[in-house]
Design a protein around this ligand. Structure first.
Ligand code: ADP
Ligand code: MG
Ligand code: ZN
Length: 621
């Protein structure tokens, strides 16, 4: 990575300071040479000169600037010096020269514009200037060291990743899955390699390409891969960098970046996390954030300013396409939108293989198992699973990564690290065991809930314990019955605490939040409540305001009340179902909890053995 352009004062000063210092150093020496006094006995002072004139000892005086050459009647030559500014005769008469005697000597006055003397004259002015430059240089270096960029604020901070400037070239081979996105982008690569082919046939290639997808799905990676494949200059800047320092800087950075990119076509400009600048304008206090709007406007202006023949492609990435300003999405701007999806099971395996490349794996490692157990994980999650597994193995001084390391790291990535310091008391252990047992039991009994893979009362992240449930296969859609079962499973822990211990802990707060949010979505988004009917009351995403998302409510207070009633109806029905399950399977729950307190963690097999013993079917259709 190379910084492309630094038209900053700092850069100029730093570049030239050494030159300036050497330059002035030479002048200094030279002028010193011209200046050098010939220190010998021939040198007399002005009073002696006046005395000698008055004594009629002198034939001629020659004056060049401040230097005085004197020739005596006896043939000896001497020198003297006077002030540069004052005239010789004036100086001499001030010292009391006899005017008549002076008239008898020949006086020649000559002005010498020799190089040395000019420098001597201008040096007093240049020296402070030089000093000033040096001071500014140190000052700006200090600022840079402190992390600021005060002197380069106007220039683009886009980073160039040229085909050779980059150490490791990223290509499409480094990106697994996301087939549709890759197909779309291959067209772009083709265009960048071969703009003539498209121009000749009159095809207009999309100027702006917007990559949309959940965080960690590989949007940034894809953009870099396009540059790597096409072998063109790649200018990358993050939306948040535009709004960093001073007001008015964002717009000039945009201008600068586009200028540089145009000059080095064919090229790609990549604006990562464009939602930081590209949010809908005109909302928020006082008409919105001026700085952000100006930056956005400048982007729009620059995008409109391209000639059809320009081969500059602008890519942008966001995980919030819903908040983007519609003007960005107009034809001629980011009109080509590419969805970057979360990977499915096959893609996850491919991604794992890519990230396993430089990691020695034991022979019996089955990455397939890892990909089966990680539905909903993004590429970035899978990357960190491989990395965590390598760290775990290295910590235990192993040469190779084992399957066990991989499985452990899935849980670490999913739930956070084990909290070893957090030892539960005997009572807490029992409550946690029943709570988790409740989730697991309800999940096993309900037909549409996901099967249980693991139950544990080891604290991880913020949870006291956890129950891992995984779908048998990838689901693209969820049904109402599945939602209802999911809500019941979430309530499992809460209901158990309440009915068995007659008390509640704070451990259920997250469960309740998840369950209520789900119930609310069923009513307001999916039309799954009979009483409300087929209306979507909530927009897909919120609106941006003060940097937060405020859900805009486009329904009345009365409807609001109605929704609340529907949500609590769903929750209460789920509550009743769970009570029912617990009452009829109390012995099974006791058994699960007892084993959990003993073993702390139950793997799928151990857990299924217990519930089978109570006649609960493990397989679901
Ligand atoms: P995004 O920009 O979408 O948030 P990134 O492109 O920054 O995600 O991805 C983060 C990291 O996750 C990448 O550097 C890469 O290691 C890994 N990754 C994500 N998606 C993929 C993929 N499809 N194939 C391979 N690696 C991926
Ligand atoms: Mg990114
Ligand atoms: Zn819980």
């Amino acid at each position: 990575m190379v910084k492309v352009k630094k038209t900053s004062i700092t850069a100029i000063i730093i570049k030239n300071t050494i030159g300036i210092i050497i330059f002035f150093g030479i002048i200094f020496l030279l002028s010193g040479y011209f200046q050098e006094d010939k220190k010998d006995d021939k040198n007399i002072n002005l009073t002696e000169l006046v005395n000698d004139i008055n004594a009629e000892k002198i034939t001629s005086i020659k004056n060049t600037n401040e230097k005085i050459d004197i020739v005596y009647k006896d043939g000896t030559e001497k020198t003297s010096k006077k002030e540069t500014q004052s005239s010789l005769t004036e100086t001499l008469s001030n010292l009391g020269v006899d005017k008549v005697k002076l008239a008898l000597t020949s006086v020649e006055i000559k002005e010498d514009k020799s190089v040395g003397n000019i420098f001597v004259n201008i040096l007093p002015f240049l020296f402070p200037l030089l000093l000033l430059i040096v001071v500014i240089w140190f000052f700006s270096r200090g600022i840079k060291g402190a992390g600021g960029q005060a002197f380069s604020f106007g220039s683009s901070r886009a980073k160039l990743m040229g085909s050779d400037g980059q150490k490791q070239k990223i290509t499409f081979a480094d990106v697994a899955g996301v087939k549709e996105a890759k197909n779309e982008l291959e067209e772009v690569v083709d265009f960048l390699k071969n703009p003539k082919k498209f121009a000749n046939i009159g095809a207009r290639i999309p100027r702006g390409i917007l990559l949309m997808g959940a965080p960690g799905t590989g949007k940034t990676l894809l953009a870099r891969a396009v540059a790597g494949e096409a072998g063109v200059s790649f200018f990358s800047i993050s939306g948040s960098e535009f709004v960093e320092l001073f007001v008015g800087v964002g717009a000039s950075r945009v201008r600068d970046m586009f200028k540089v990119a145009r000059a080095s076509q064919p090229s790609i400009i990549f604006i990562d996390e464009i939602d930081a600048v590209g949010r809908v304008r005109g909302v928020g206090m006082g008409g919105g954030n001026d700085e952000r709007e100006q930056t956005l406007n400048q982007i729009l202006v620059e995008m409109d300013g391209f000639e059809p023949s320009d081969s500059v492609i602008i890519m942008a990435a966001t995980n919030r396409p819903d908040v983007l300003d519609p003007a960005l999405l107009r034809p001629g701007r980011f009109d080509r939108r590419v969805n970057v999806e979360l990977p499915d099971r096959k893609d996850r395996l491919e991604i794992l293989k890519i990230h396993a490349k430089n990691k020695p794996l034991e022979k019996d490692v089955r990455l397939e198992t890892v990909s089966e157990r990680t539905p909903g994980f993004s590429g970035a999650d899978l990357h960190s699973i491989m990395n965590e597994a390598a760290i775990l193995a290295a910590r235990e001084n192993k040469k190779q990564i084992s399957q066990h390391d991989l499985i452990r790291s899935i849980e670490k990535v999913m739930l956070g690290p084990i909290r070893q310091t957090h030892a539960l008391s005997k009572k807490e252990k029992e409550v946690t065991a029943y709570h988790e047992g409740g989730h697991a039991l309800v999940a096993s009994i309900l037909q549409y809930a996901d099967p249980v893979h693991k139950v544990s009362i080891i604290s991880r992240g913020r949870a006291a314990g956890y129950t891992l449930k995984l779908p048998n296969e990838e689901k693209k859609m969820q049904s109402k019955l599945e939602f209802l079962d999911d809500i019941a499973v979430s309530l499992g822990g809460y209901v158990v605490e309440k009915t068995i211990f007659g008390d509640l802990t704070t451990g259920s707060s997250n469960d309740l939040q998840v369950a209520s949010a789900l119930a609310r979505d069923m009513v307001t988004k999916y039309g799954m409540s009979d009483a409300v009917g087929p209306i979507a009351l909530e927009p897909a995403g919120g609106r941006a305001m003060f940097g937060n998302n405020v859900e805009s409510k486009n329904y009345s207070e009365k409807t609001n009340e109605f929704i609340d009633n529907e949500v609590s109806k769903i929750m209460n029905e789920a509550y009743e179902r769970v009570i029912d399950i617990i009452n009829t399977n109390r012995e099974c729950l006791d058994a699960i909890s007892k084993t959990l307190v003993e073993k702390e963690t139950l793997e799928q097999g151990e857990y299924e053995d217990i519930i089978r013993g109570f006649g609960i079917k493990v397989e679901k259709e």
